[in-house]
Design a binder for this molecule. Sequence first.
Ligand code: NDP
Ligand code: OXD
Length: 314
Amino acid sequence: MTSSAPTLVFFSNTDDPAPWQAAIAAAVPSVTFRVAPDIGPLDAVRYALVWKPPRGWLAQFPNLRAILSLGAGVDALLEDPALPPGVPITRMVDAGMGRQMAEYATYAVMHFHRHMQRYSALQHEARWAPLEPVAASRFTVGIMGLGVLGAQAAQMVASLGYPVLGWSRTAKQLPGVEVLSGNDALPGFLASTRLLLNFLPLTPATRGVIDARLLGMLPRGAFVVNLARGGHVVEADLLTALDRGHIAGAMLDVFDQEPLPPTHPFWRHPAVVVTPHVAAVTQAEDAAAQVISNLQRLERGEMPTGLVDRGAGY
Ligand code: NDP
Ligand code: OXD
């Protein structure tokens, strides 16, 4: 063991450490905040607050007591073969992302339901061509993954009058949402879905779930919106389904490879909307309180909240 003051190391290539440092220094002054690569003595590091650290990076701290994820999804952490065993991992639970994800999902539903993709193409051709309206009550939205974020999107979309179906691993009840669970229920869920929203965590059980088979179970002309992880989608299968017109449009925020390479066909596909992994962005202003509360618990020798189940993968 070490006698140095406990240190928290911060690693992220996309998050500004400054607001985290200010909030944590004010609330938990007993913990020294360091930003990678200036990590100080390795044996003083008790906590790691991270987003996508390089594989093996966390294994260098012999006294690590907790890994605090800056994101809600922890797939990148769990894929590290050198992830220190037995160290608790926490994730962001909502932390301001529920509202952002629900907004993105609602926008996507209205974009496709109100034919905005087709009107945008018509505008490029200067064509005045009203399309047949579809009642919201006949445009069923199916949500895969009804956890902290999916449930909020389900409620926001349902509040606008769209029928909402949810699908999750275990059964649950959600006001205004018909919930199906388990693999046996998937075909029925898909057959009734006009627009699919993916809110699943990326785990060994869900990798590649949006493949040719699943897409084939959606009705012809359905839409696919992925705001969870690129690894859920077999990109070649989605492109084929789009090119054949079986899937009429897709809005994609996450990709197998990020940033999406400039030559990737999604960029130029007329039926695809691409956004750069921004459906929800962790904001220190909303999320620091959760990290602070967990650091305080850990400093008192208690277990943190928002624990990841390593076995389940989320
Ligand atoms: P949760 O862990 O709260 O919810 C996950 C949901 O998925 C649960 O309903 C769970 O079922 C369900 N699920 C898990 N495995 C399966 C399975 N094999 N079959 C069916 N259902 C399954 O996660 P969050 O809602 O907090 O986050 C969801 C994901 O959103 C994150 O993992 C992340 O990848 C993504 N994300 C993307 C962002 C972006 O900007 N694009 C931002 C933030 C998050 P059950 O309830 O039965 O356990
Ligand atoms: C997350 C993300 O998981 O930003 O929080 O994708």
